[in-house]
Design a protein around this ligand. Sequence first.
Ligand code: 6R9
Length: 649
Amino acid sequence: MTDKTYPPTAEFAANAHVDQAKYQEMYAASISDPDGFWRQHGQRIDWIKPYTSVKETNYAYGEVDIKWFSDGTLNVSANCIDRHLATRGDQTAIIWEPDNPDEQALHITYKELYSNTCRMANVLKDLGVTRGDRVVLYMPMIPEAAYAMLACTRIGAIHSIVFAGFSPDALANRINDSEAKVVITADEAPRGGRNTALKSNTDAALLHCSDKVKNLVVKRTGGQTTWKEGRDYDYNLLAAAASPDCEPEEMNAEDPLFILYTSGSTGKPKGVVHTSGGYLVYASMTQEYVFDYHQGDVFWCTADVGWVTGHSYIVYGPLANGATTVMFEGVPTYPDASRFWQVCEKHKVNQFYTAPTAIRALMAHGNEPVEKCDLSDLKVLGTVGEPINPEAWNWYNDVVGKGNCPIVDTWWQTETGGHLLTPLPGATTTKPGSATLPFFGIEPVILEPTSGAEINETEAEGVLCIKDSWPGQMRTVYGDHERFQQTYFSDYKGYYFTGDGCRRDADGYYWITGRVDDVINVSGHRMGTAEVESALVAHANVAESAVVGYPHDIKGQGIYAYVTLMNGVEPTEELRKELEKWVRTEIGPIAKPDLIQWAPGLPKTRSGKIMRRILRKIAENDFGALGDTSTLADPSVVDELIENRMNRS
Ligand code: 6R9
């Protein structure tokens, strides 16, 4: 069944932006003459001063430097709003669907988006924010989150969104690392019928930040408790008094647009920096081609704006294209497991984009919640975040798409700004579980992991690298260009290293096999194992810890923590609960270990390195093939760990 392939129907291909022949032609052109290709496609957005140079990129370790359209100037918010006013000012830009289905949905037109964004921009200016300043957003999924992003870009400030599920500590670290001037938050974030106290979390975070940081607070629920005069500012009051016009700043193509922190294989999250021109060209182009978006369509990406998917495919890509984009505050299973499909029916969604973890969770509720909704407007279905297993792919295709909607399994990363490997719905024959083929301008290569040699045979397996730059690529790690080079350009010289393992089949299709570094993927969210470990060892009773991923039916990967307690501390159920809670508060709910195993000893080499390979095997309940354990300082700890393993499925 998994060998079945799905070619685009002739009818779909005939109406699509790109069919197979056109894909091949455009792809060939994008690789043989990247400069010419992007010179043409860079014009899809509006420039204040047109660029003359296009691609100026250097992948050589030690000299890594990436610039696109570098002498052009533009304003991103003007591209997402102002340029649509003349032709579609009264068209809905954002459909906002609240957590509670009984609350009224909002339809925000481009004209309204304009005045709301300008008001927010003026409020920020009044708080002293100017070009180049950093603004942290810690927001629910409400329209003000989009206004805030666009307001920053309007005045040339750099936003850094912290997912509202992160803890006060994580928020404080990000405010401090980016030296933000203002934090924008809301009183509370309703999600799945429960409210998260964002303002209180922000209060807690700000205890660890400079007292110069100002806090702009949007009213969402009215559940407001504390207020600090001189630091806290009431957005709704200020916005009502602010002017609904604000001139967009003329920014350089390479001026930073946003910072987004993401987990890597070391403890400290990296501030991924994206710049203005190339990012917008790439996000808007992929949104149009990959989803085959046509004017008038309703596009829904279910991600949160706290992740890169929300940046590129709720806000920047769709709005730059003048689309109608849905912004959903809730979760897939609230009030019940048919919510996604009810929202699709209610707003006549044409393109729907979600994560495999959500598909698997909903699949577990059977077909009835889907089948009772009218999904006849759906044209294209997308997935992102982790490899999708063929069972989930088939269910998505058969039950949700009724066999009529091409599925685009899009592989990309925070670092890449937009899709790199993906089908185009009118062009690509899909195979369940494969992200298929490269987007325009992308040259994937598979390297032999140890030698770093390029494998030229069509069939190959190894690490996935990208040979050359594309406009949406991240430019640096905020404040640490050396770390940028180290992380992505030092292991395999001359290539961008993705951190993913990959197989290429006989048809040249790419199949992502998962991370090859110490990053795990929990419900489509990246989590550095080192981050969870350092949270655990920060607890007074923990001496040492090692964290690995293990297969999890719904989440893709679960978090498995081995914990060595301090001498004399009793391992109790109570302590286990306490540690779970501890990690939740240190990092956030998504980092809570699924399984904690007490480990009197960890398997270490004589030089003291923890043998994670072995710990992974035990966590996977697959300890028949542990491989060579002879280099361990004390091989007997392994038997003890196997004996008391937590995952016996
Ligand atoms: C967009 C996003 C990136 C990592 C990436 C890979 C995994 C994302 C995938 C996928 C297989 C797909 N990943 N999409 N794996 N198939 N379609 O998710 O960004 O949060 O930075 O995660 O997610 O491992 O390296 P980010």
